[in-house]
Design a protein around this ligand. Sequence first.
Ligand SMILES: *[C@@H]1O[C@H](CO)[C@@H](O)[C@H](O)[C@H]1NC(C)=O
Ligand SMILES: *[C@@H]1O[C@H](CO)[C@@H](O)[C@H](O)[C@H]1NC(C)=O
Ligand SMILES: *[C@@H]1O[C@H](CO)[C@@H](O)[C@H](O)[C@H]1NC(C)=O
Length: 542
Amino acid sequence: MLCLLKFTPLFLVVAVCHGWLFGDLFEKQKELDEISLWPLPQKYQSSAVAFKLSAASFQIVHAKQSTAGPSCSLLENAFRRYFEYMFGELKRQEKSRKKAFDSDLSELQVWITSADPECDGYPSLRTDESYSLSVDETSAVLKAANVWGALRGLETFSQLVYEDDYGVRNINKTDISDFPRFAHRGILLDSSRHFLPLKVILANLEAMAMNKFNVFHWHIVDDPSFPFMSRTFPELSQKGAYHPFTHVYTPSDVKMVIEFARMRGIRVVAEFDTPGHTQSWGNGIKDLLTPCYSGSSPSGSFGPVNPILNSSYEFMAQLFKEISTVFPDAYIHLGGDEVDFSCWKSNPDIQKFMNQQGFGTDYSKLESFYIQRLLDIVAATKKGYMVWQEVFDNGVKLKADTQIHVWKGRPQYQDEMAKVTAAGFSALLSTPWYLNRVSYGQDWVDIYKADPQNFNGTDAQKKLVIGGEACLWGEYVDATNLTPRLWPRASAVAERLWSDASVTDVGNAYTRLAQHRCRMVRRGIPAEPLFVGHCRHEYKGL
Ligand SMILES: *[C@@H]1O[C@H](CO)[C@@H](O)[C@H](O)[C@H]1NC(C)=O
Ligand SMILES: *[C@@H]1O[C@H](CO)[C@@H](O)[C@H](O)[C@H]1NC(C)=O
Ligand SMILES: *[C@@H]1O[C@H](CO)[C@@H](O)[C@H](O)[C@H]1NC(C)=O
């Protein structure tokens, strides 16, 4: 065949020769079309019986017995979205043709079984995301307790659909019963170091749903900028954002993110990190930050939140009261990491306060003093809280249901996970998943191998591991590079947190992940390549 093409332009001949020489490789790639589930379901059985799906006649419908119906806009929306993913432009083409071919599989019935399908609710840490899916002659049934499980099942169904050489959509006879290994599967994005336009945040929520992630940890403010527009303290973003109008998230922007996420079964956990990481807060709020001293006079620079003034706590009480109503999730992330003691040490008023309190020179006691008062403030809003590990490490008294976010000590996280869970706290892991760190080659492999339960501890301790988060800190990331830097590397975390602990075969993962990455590309997500290869439908650019 390649010799017949000898009169075509040189590059084509070369391409075909290549295909001939590496025929095996191409065969392998073709095969992948049919086995590209990501993350891998808990129980999965398929057979070589294939059914055709016609874009003109195939439908996703509510099962007769379902407790949800057409009034469930969350599902209606998801039906449209997944139909589009599966058929894209085909629907219009086939409809315009005189006759559509007979579809072997005419519909997917979505059957919600519990009395309350939760159409208008929010997902939570306790949400049941399990589902079962059976694809057989004439119809397919997706069964879930509530809409959240149905969303996960719709994603899986769409991944089962593949395109044959004629562009016809096929699906094999399949039985799946699936549920997540961990309840908290998150992505952290940082909108302070660089402002992230809404469009980028929404695109990543789309990609998260494709990977069955269920928590968007919005590290919304930090030292460099304060883009969150507060109704109670508008001066925070007026003076603390990079620009008071173009680089802010208005209340309606925030609402849109929360609703877009909800429609995809994703919680939005906002982080307002204090007492460190608050330089931008100081621009708008007088006396909030500690004045640093150089010798006996103020140096003009400022440190962490001033923990000795009552006004600091009055401010926090009002701000967190607002935050607790803006973000519906049951948890708020309070940060508490990397508090720099040097400024506190330099300040004579703080030194005096330390003496009065009997803290000696132990500034972690002052930090604890601050955090404990903050926790009381947040507890009064009826929210639960997540904190970075330092808060635990420094011995701050914590409510029993506090979630400790482990991030330090890369690559060693085992001791900290053991300590946190031995103390009876819920733990989530990020140490091996700082995806802002990039290195040449296939760094997804180490990301994939890390396991949050891989530490020495009792079963009870292992049960306290609620999951983990992939973090993409923003020092070197903005809208230009965020998506390809995050995907498909974050997909490796997605499978670790969803699939069974025994799913560890890197070779098998590679073939599925390469294909999953192509699927994300096809759906408009510019996910970067894993290695040499091609996608049937390449990224077309902007
Ligand atoms: C799906 O069916 C096709 C056609 O019978 C078969 O070649 C392929 O191996 C099947 N794939 C899976 C994953 O069972
Ligand atoms: C701060 O509040 C506490 C308790 O509410 C009070 O005892 C104390 O005098 C106040 N300090 C200042 C400086 O106002
Ligand atoms: C668990 O403890 C054993 C014995 O002390 C040690 O050899 C091993 O490395 C530990 N495993 C982890 C994951 O920390």
